[in-house]
Design a protein around this ligand. Sequence first.
Ligand code: HEC
Ligand code: HEC
Ligand code: HEC
Ligand code: HEC
Ligand code: HEC
Length: 183
Amino acid sequence: MKKRVGALAAVIILLLCALVAYHRFPVQTKGTFFSVFPLLAWVSVDQPVLFNHIRHKETANLTCSFCHRYVERHRSAGIPNIDLCRACHSTDALSKKPEALKVVKYVQEGKEIPWKRMYELPKFVVFPHWVHIQSRVDCSVCHGLTGSKERPVKMVDRNYMAWCMDCHQKRRASIDCYACHSS
Ligand code: HEC
Ligand code: HEC
Ligand code: HEC
Ligand code: HEC
Ligand code: HEC
């Protein structure tokens, strides 16, 4: 009996610690939490079409910037429009999977797929992709598994300002407020 109570108390304490770790802000605590529970580091997002990143990377052999074509030179990375999908999905020749057929339908109707944005900072933050790509920061450092999953996933394992600052300090990039908070 006593043993059970002890075990229950231990489990409750563990859950409480996890809860505190999850809601506290410093990068370190959050990092620790997610290193213990890596499965919780991402959530899957319901998009109108379940876009399969890993398949396009491995079967179709496409690079990230083939579709996110502004990423190397501009602030935003860009989401491809339906014309890019048309190049390969104007018919069901490449894939007859239900999700691919949805794309064919959008293409034939000439409609854009209404994707939901997954990564979006508040308007008062400037985030230039190009600086990071040119400093050779890999996409996966910031987007985790997003580019290598069969369904759309969003990484939820970080608090952005602390996380940006943490790397900027390590890499000797600017930590001046105006670097990130100017227009
Ligand atoms: C065939 C085109 C294509 C290729 C290649 C591609 N993507 Fe994507 N990507 C998309 C589409 C379409 C979306 C929007 C649908 C979604 O979010 O699932 C997207 C969404 C994303 C998002 C989320 C954007 C948001 O809403 O905030 C990230 C991050 C991303 N891609 C990273 C990558 C990375 C990293 C690679 C390379 C490994 C890559 N993509 C390769 C088409 C592509
Ligand atoms: C360069 C050619 C190419 C482009 C451009 C392309 N795809 Fe594909 N796509 C493929 C190939 C090849 C497959 C089939 C892979 C397989 O079945 O092994 C595929 C499969 C798919 C599938 C089925 C996924 C699954 O679960 O197997 C979806 C959904 C899809 N594509 C969506 C898109 C969307 C949305 C776009 C536009 C943003 C796009 N594709 C652009 C080549 C392309
Ligand atoms: C240093 C971190 C970092 C790196 C590296 C990075 N991203 Fe991002 N990405 C972000 C942040 C932060 C956002 C949200 C930006 C915003 O809301 O202004 C974002 C947004 C996006 C989006 C959403 C749409 C858009 O137009 O911005 C896509 C797509 C994307 N990234 C793709 C990529 C790809 C592909 C790479 C690698 C070539 C990459 N990212 C590298 C941090 C990063
Ligand atoms: C993994 C490391 C890393 C992360 C995470 C990161 N950065 Fe950076 N950032 C860099 C590097 C490296 C540079 C380039 C420094 C240089 O060349 O002077 C840079 C440069 C910048 C610059 C240009 C600074 C200037 O001097 O004008 C801005 C703005 C910026 N980052 C914003 C952000 C924001 C906002 C985030 C968080 C969403 C972020 N960064 C996350 C590594 C990172
Ligand atoms: C490397 C980029 C970067 C630098 C440098 C930076 N910030 Fe931020 N800041 C961010 C990001 C990203 C967010 C948005 C956080 C989010 O939405 O999770 C943010 C959010 C904020 C907020 C809104 C409150 C909040 O936590 O959401 C305030 C206030 C703020 N920053 C003040 C400052 C001040 C003061 C400085 C200078 C000491 C500074 N920032 C330097 C990236 C930066």
